[in-house]
Design a protein around this ligand. Sequence first.
Ligand code: CTP
Ligand code: CA
Length: 223
Amino acid sequence: AAALFESGLLAGKRVVITAGPTREALDPVRYISNHSSGKMGYALAAAAVAAGARTTLISGPVTLPVPDHVAFHPVESARDMLAACLDQVAECDIFIACAAVADYRPAQVQGQKIKKGAEEISLPLVRNPDIVATIAAVEKPPFTVGFAAETQDVLAYARDKMQRKHLDMIVANDVSEQGIGFNSEENAVTILHESGQRTLARATKFNIAREILEEIARVYREN
Ligand code: CTP
Ligand code: CA
């Protein structure tokens, strides 16, 4: 595998990767977010560079160092992330959506800090745009890869997501298993595409990232 990478598996290809969580503001000091560490997306970015790709990383707030030779675009909200992705899509061969995008955001952002009062309050939320589905629906879409975080019926839900969002490939993640996936060092995934699937046994996120990029490069070339 290492030799494949050093030979420039993705030489000259333009790869755009989303990573990390998004933050959805509630007021000037508060937000809704999730526990995504960004590790899988950052590992993909480092592996894409190693494979010779011109790599852009569009990332929500995380505490990781940006890999060398990556064009870095930090964002906060899902809507910011979508705008940054649309800015890049015309110059993108392969789009990989690894971010844990918040599905909902507060319906209104209060201009001032919300003051404590009632014993109970409720918070109306509205749906965020679907970034990867939007990218897959542009006039000339890149080869588009999604991730699917599932706790049950992992492969069935993942395949359904791939079809509904018109993705070329989806990486299915069983987030019910301890010590893999969300916010951990290791991962184990199954890669699904139109004409096949491949399971990658538990390994470090960097090794999983390399294998995902190998599979992407293989299917991309056949497309
Ligand atoms: N995704 C996205 N924009 C969103 C939500 C998700 O681009 N607003 C992308 C993720 O980056 C991932 C894929 O869609 O590549 C699947 O994300 P996931 O949360 O597993 O699926 P959802 O479609 O949001 O469905 P649900 O959370 O209800 O399972
Ligand atoms: Ca979701």
